[in-house]
Structures are given as structure tokens and as C-alpha cells.
Design a binder for this molecule. Sequence first.
Ligand SMILES: Nc1ncnc2c1ncn2[C@@H]1O[C@H](COP(=O)(O)OP(=O)(O)OP(=O)(O)O)[C@@H](O)[C@H]1O
Ligand SMILES: [Mg+2]
Length: 225
Amino acid sequence: MITVSSLTKSRAQVRVLDDVSLEGAEGTVTALVGPSGSGKSTLLRCLNGLETFDAGQITIAGHRLAAGPHAPGLLERLRRDVGMVFQQFNLFAHLSAAENVALAPRVVLGLSASDARARGLDLLDRVGLRSFADARPATLSGGQQQRVAIARALAMRPRVMLFDEPTSALDPAMAAEVMEVIVELARAGQTMVVVTHDHGFARRAASRVVELAAGRIAREGLAGA
Ligand SMILES: Nc1ncnc2c1ncn2[C@@H]1O[C@H](COP(=O)(O)OP(=O)(O)OP(=O)(O)O)[C@@H](O)[C@H]1O
Ligand SMILES: [Mg+2]
């Protein structure tokens, strides 16, 4: 489902990613760990075309990304199949939880308003927030907002989900409820790459743990090993 081959990227003469190769099989969860500045976010952003790279290649969810600029059409197709959740939830403040989740299915996939809302409600149910469907993001806790953001990313039924430190802006109780949702997705067979500092999560949910250090893969192994 995901193959990264010899990925290399420099910024201002610094090699941010240096000959990174990894595989993520369908239905597996790859945890990406490593110190600050080691290139985790950059790698994740390369995986969904948010950043370009200088050498190497990526195949993800059937799409092939080469070095250099990506064609807009490719990015559009890629984003339907690869969902991303960030540390900051970036929900639309003027839309309810259900509207946030239903927006892309309506606008991008062309679902009717009622079909999109039904899909949105199903997903809110899945993240434990069905009763908050009509709440605005500002009235929700951080953990609830992040769960809405996860539901929103799932609304496109992506083949791969990418998470960049999804719990690091949250207190421990809220982080736990968000991790629970991610663990549940893992059990359901969702292919995912999760940048995390949470070793407990890596042990519970990840199939493989990949450790980056200064842009290179320092260690790679089975979770818990
Ligand atoms: N917009 C940018 N311009 C220039 N350099 C950047 C930019 N963003 C990141 N970098 C540099 O690229 C390197 C990798 O950064 P990246 O954000 O991928 O690391 P990270 O592992 O995600 O770190 P963290 O754990 O702090 O999120 C770092 O040296 C960082 O300083
Ligand atoms: Mg980062």
C-alpha cells in the first residue's frame, strides 16, 4: 500500500530526509518516532504530496509520486485516497461537527446533502460523538475536536490515513480518548502511518515502528521489540 524508496530532500543545504526507504503493507500501522527535527513531519507531508522531494520515489494507495513538482491532477486524486490528521485540528469554526465531516463528501464526491449528512453522522458515531453532531467546534474539548477531525478525514474513505502527532496538543485524558479511536481504526484494518511520541500507543496499535534520526532511518522493527 505504501512504498518509499530512497527518499531524499534538502532544505537550505541540509538533508532533511536522507535515503529513506520503508514499506507499509495494506492493513498495517506504521509508527514513526524520533527526536524533534528528525524529519518525521516532512516524511509524512511527502506521503500526501504536501511537500516535494529531490530524489527517490513514493507509491501510496496506487499513486506514484516522483521527485520534483507534482501535477495538480495527481494531487487531487491522491488526496481522495490519503487522509491526514494534524496536531492542530483545523476544523471549520463556522460549521457544526456534522457539517465539518459532511463537507468533503458533498463538495468533492458530489454526494447529496442528506447522503453526506448520513455519512457524517455514521462517522461521528464511530468516534463516539453522535450526540455532538450539531455542536460548533469551539464548544467541544480538544479531544472531541480531534475526533471530529479524524471523522472528517475518514469521510473520504481514504485507503491510507496519516497522523502527525495527533495527541500532542491534548492533556492525557483527551489524548487517551483520541488514541482509543486510532487503535479501533487499526483493529478495523485501516492502513495508517502515525507520527507519535507515545510508545504505549506504538506497542498497542503499530505493526512496525520506524525511528528517524537526522533524516535517516535509525531503527526499524516490530512494535514492542
Ligand atoms: N519550512 C521549513 N523551512 C526550513 N526548514 C524547515 C522547515 N520545516 C522544517 N524544517 C527543518 O527540517 C527538519 C525536519 O523537520 P520536521 O518538521 O520534519 O521534523 P520532525 O521530526 O517532525 O520534528 P518535530 O518532532 O519537532 O515535529 C528540521 O531540521 C527543521 O528545522
Ligand atoms: Mg513534526
